[in-house]
Design a binder for this molecule. Structure first.
Ligand SMILES: [Mg+2]
Length: 280
């Protein structure tokens, strides 16, 4: 049937009305955030960690500071003192695992224990800038490194292999203390400090330091850090990790049980904002 000019105009108007109705419905009820959307929110953090000169600067700064603390501990060590040690977390403290998370960008899939174990077994983490030199420098001075990580037994062999590939010292079962079902690191810290004088604790997560932050909410975590402020740069050395960490889970109660939409809202809700007044 030949469509008349009038028919075409009516169809056009109807189409326009439907489009307006749809866009207004979209504004009122935007589609719920997906895991893919959450992954998209990590792009800037990962781009920074993988590319920014400033990220490298912070890594070097952290290892140089740790080296100075260790050197001071060596210089002031007395006969009869316990041997010196460093306790360091592994992931994003010495290992760069950013390729694992970057691999989820554009996909509707995020971290899982299954794929993380595959990543550990693949043993393809890179050393963070300066990590290998720092570890070997203190090893040469007779200071042992204990790697206290919440990687678990399933990834143990892969982690040892990865450490050896990267040239890390003390890549053995005495020094790599993985999680055995307890992710609070304090019992493993206690185990090491029974026999060693720990010169410095290093980590990218408050839980990597003996300040009692395990399973604490955001307010308490920040308060604990404030209470220990004199130890940062003297006993504790922290590496930057804007991609993930216990800080994320502390954004809201039960954060990791929330839907992607809930997590997206929890990420945005605490932001302090400012807007210029229009027209001024
Ligand atoms: Mg870590």
């Amino acid at each position: 049937m030949l469509r008349t000019r009038e028919n075409r105009s009516a169809a056009l108007i109807l189409g326009l009305m439907l489009l307006i109705a749809a866009s207004s419905a979209f504004a009122d009820n935007p589609p719920a955030a997906t895991v893919k959307d959450l992954n998209e929110q990590t792009v800037m953090a990962l781009a920074w960690m993988q590319n920014a000169a400033e990220y490298r600067e912070l890594c070097y700064q952290a290892y140089n500071l740790a080296q100075m603390i260790v050197d001071k501990a060596i210089a002031t060590k007395k006969v009869g003192d316990k041997p010196l040690a460093v306790i360091a977390d592994v992931d994003e403290t010495l290992f760069d695992n950013s390729a694992y998370d970057a691999g989820f960008i554009g996909k509707d899939e995020g971290y899982s224990g299954k794929t993380w174990t595959q990543w550990e077994i693949a043993a393809q983490a890179l050393a963070m800038p300066g990590a290998t030199d720092f570890l070997n420098s203190i090893a040469k001075k007779g200071v042992e490194v204990f790697y206290v990580t919440n990687r678990d037994q399933a990834g143990f062999e892969g982690t040892i292999k990865n450490m050896k590939t990267l040239g890390f010292p003390f890549a053995d079962s005495k020094h790599l203390l993985v999680s055995t079902g307890v992710s609070d690191k304090q019992p493993r810290f206690d185990l090491v400090s029974k026999d060693y004088s720990v010169a410095v604790y290093m980590g990218d997560n408050a839980g990597d330091l003996p300040i009692g932050s395990y399973h604490k909410n955001q307010k308490d975590r920040n308060a604990l850090v404030d209470q220990n402020k004199d130890k940062f740069g003297t006993q504790f050395v922290v590496l930057p990790n804007p991609d993930y960490g216990d800080w994320e889970g502390a954004l809201a109660d039960g954060y990791f049980g929330l839907t992607p939409q809930g997590r997206s809202e929890a990420r945005k809700a605490p932001l302090r904002t400012w807007s210029a007044v229009a027209g001024q």
